[in-house]
Design a binder for this molecule. Structure first.
Ligand SMILES: Nc1ncnc2c1ncn2[C@@H]1O[C@H](COP(=O)(O)OP(=O)(O)OP(=O)(O)O)[C@@H](O)[C@H]1O
Length: 433
């Protein structure tokens, strides 16, 4: 496999965006990646780890801040001519028929109408859409719309097919069916592309489809691990080798990176608060307690019908606060977590307050700032301005909302919606910086 021709190479690519207040938001950090003929590569990572940005960089839709993307050795200066993209949202033109949607990219390439028509019909046929040529997107189910999305990309016969969470807007059965069909096409003679790179946050999907899984970490996006999936196709989800890889990836996605800063020393931007409500994270701690202090993540996700992306912030929050810790794909209750979940409500709040003050950088920063302000009160805009130096507009708001949820529960500070002020609940206590 490693001797196969390199279609696209990503050399030391970094990408920064300009934040709303002019600060730099580093999204990708020194990414190295070769995409070779014959392989399917999955980019797996939690929300915000830069997966979509990396995919768009490979497509030539986003220019790297430093480093280069090459297609067959040629550095890109615009859209990558060897790629076509399938989007999560289908991105179809509602006013065009299936046939016209599929022909769109060919028209852009200047192909004559007769050839466009012929190639579009072949792609429509290949992806199981024949009979729907003159239908409009709104007449189609989600699964059929995504087939149009596939046909529109495949008709271009790209060397490399790029897919950004192509199945995540579909219901479970439709997604499974379409994944299966894609794999049958991939194994067949007529499939017009040489390689696939897909973004997913679904671990099972990555192991089912990919030859190689790159696990991306966040802040900024970087490659944490590369896992080879040498399982025969079609893959059996119940095979021990399959579930073993799923467990390994769960562990990689949830485990803390050794080189990351300890929460005590981290700043609010270096260690953002996970998007978890107190209710959610306390519920998870309670579940692990009910299971005897140890629970497998895949089992918890399945039991709660949670996507890993919904579960990860809860796991992150509980481990940030040292209520749980992750070992491999298992969650373990810590002594602090045990105390938190078995205590009466007032004591639970005190434990939470102590942990949040010590280990959640934004909560600590808010407490410090409120403690040194006149009357222990500051406008929320003050904190939003600070946060926007390191986060996008929406992420800054979300960070503050999480901190307020945590701070209110812990009775550390309150937020007055009418005046827009955060206010200390109790007289200022010394806070170690
Ligand atoms: N054009 C842009 N301008 C500013 N910030 C951006 C832009 N595009 C992405 N970002 C930021 O870059 C970070 C990574 O985004 P990206 O969509 O690549 O991550 P992701 O891993 O694909 O996340 P998700 O799974 O949620 O889609 C996010 O914090 C996002 O807000």
């Amino acid at each position: 496999m490693t001797t196969a021709e390199v279609l696209v190479s990503v050399d030391s690519v970094s990408k920064s965006f300009t934040g709303t207040t002019g600060g730099e938001l580093r999204v990708l950090d020194e990414i190295e990646l070769d995409l070779r003929a014959g392989e399917i590569v999955a980019l797996l990572g939690r929300s915000g780890s830069g997966k979509s940005t990396l995919l768009r960089t490979i497509a030539g839709l986003v220019a790297p801040t430093s480093g280069a993307v090459r297609y067959r050795g040629e550095e890109l200066t615009g859209a990558n001519p060897g790629t076509a993209m399938v989007f999560q949202s289908f991105a179809l033109m509602p006013w065009l028929t299936v046939q016209d949607n599929v022909e769109l990219g060919l028209a852009a390439r200047g192909l004559p109408p007769a050839e466009r028509r012929e190639r579009a019909l072949a792609a429509i046929d290949l992806i199981g859409l024949d009979g729907f040529e003159s239908a409009y997107p709104k007449e189609l189910s989600g699964g059929m719309r995504q087939r149009v999305g596939f046909a529109r990309a495949l008709v271009l016969e790209p060397d490399l097919l790029l897919m950004d969470e192509p199945f995540s807007a579909l219901d479970v059965l439709t997604a499974e069916n379409l994944r299966g069909e894609l794999m049958r096409l991939w194994a067949g003679e007529e499939f017009p592309t040489k390689a696939i790179c897909l973004v997913t946050h679904n671990i099972e999907e990555a192991v089912q489809l990919a030859d190689r899984v790159l696990v991306l970490g966040a802040n900024p996006g970087h490659v944490r691990a590369e896992i080879h999936v040498d399982l025969p196709r079609p893959r059996d989800r119940r095979a021990p080798a399959f579930t073993g890889l799923v467990d390994l990836l769960y562990g990689l996605l949830t485990g803390r990176e050794p080189e990351r800063a300890e929460p005590e020393a981290a700043t609010p931007t270096a260690r953002p608060l996970p998007a978890a409500s107190v209710d959610g994270l306390a519920g998870l701690v309670e579940i692990v307690h009910a299971k005897g202090g140890r629970a497998g993540l895949p089992a918890v996700a399945a039991e709660l019908s949670f996507e890993i992306d919904d579960l990860l912030p809860l796991v992150d929050a509980a481990s940030l606060l040292d209520l749980l810790f992750v070992a491999g794909a298992d969650l373990h209750l810590t002594p602090m977590g045990e105390a938190f979940t078995t205590a009466d409500i007032q004591r639970s709040k005190e434990i939470f307050a102590g942990q949040a003050r010590r280990r959640a950088p934004l909560v600590r920063t808010i407490l410090t700032a409120l403690g040194s302000s006149a009357g222990g009160s500051l406008r929320s805009g003050f904190f939003l301005d600070l946060l926007r130096r390191g986060f996008s507009h929406d992420d800054a708001r979300q960070q503050l909302d999480i901190a307020i949820d945590w701070g209110r529960y812990a009775e550390l500070f309150d937020y007055d919606t009418d005046s827009g002020h955060l206010r200390l609940e109790a007289p200022p206590e010394p806070v170690s910086a």
